[in-house]
Design a protein around this ligand. Sequence first.
Ligand code: ZN
Length: 191
Amino acid sequence: MTYDDDRPVESRHEIQHRYPADVRFCALCGGAMELRTVLPDRKRLKVCSRCGFIDFQSPKLVAGCLVIDAGRVLLLRRAIPPRLGYWTFPGGYVDLGEMPEAAALRETVEEVGMNVAVERLLGVYADPQNPAAAVVVYLARPGGESPGLSDEASEVRYFGPTEIPWEEIAFRTTDAALRDWIELVAAPPGG
Ligand SMILES: [Zn+2]
């Protein structure tokens, strides 16, 4: 049976982070999950004892933009957990069926109200201490709009390479992407 409850729900990270350790029942049929060796990789994964559904565990994909204007990078101060009050770039989860670049552009509109243009891929970042996500980061240039605030951004501003608030950066992946950008600015490829 499926029903539709249209009351909105907050996403609670302390609950989401119980995945995958606390998975006990199959998402498809409700059968008990048990640890099995799965071919061809012989990984130990949770498999439904009733229907055979396998809980493949992998990082969720996040995509975001380093919006660069006149040699400075746009950062936002997070207005929501996790890392409330810390700085990062606009970005968020890639939806199933969505292209990563489209997700980065969509999140930039949602979080700072800017339609930007992607110039190139900067890199893909992951944090072994926080393995739930892998982050695809694009370099982008602003369009006509000035950066604005949103439910997810309590402050937005551009920072030059020497102005980055390193002690207040939200995630290790944010830190790594910013360091790659600074390296690129200092020594542009082919330049
Ligand atoms: Zn099942």
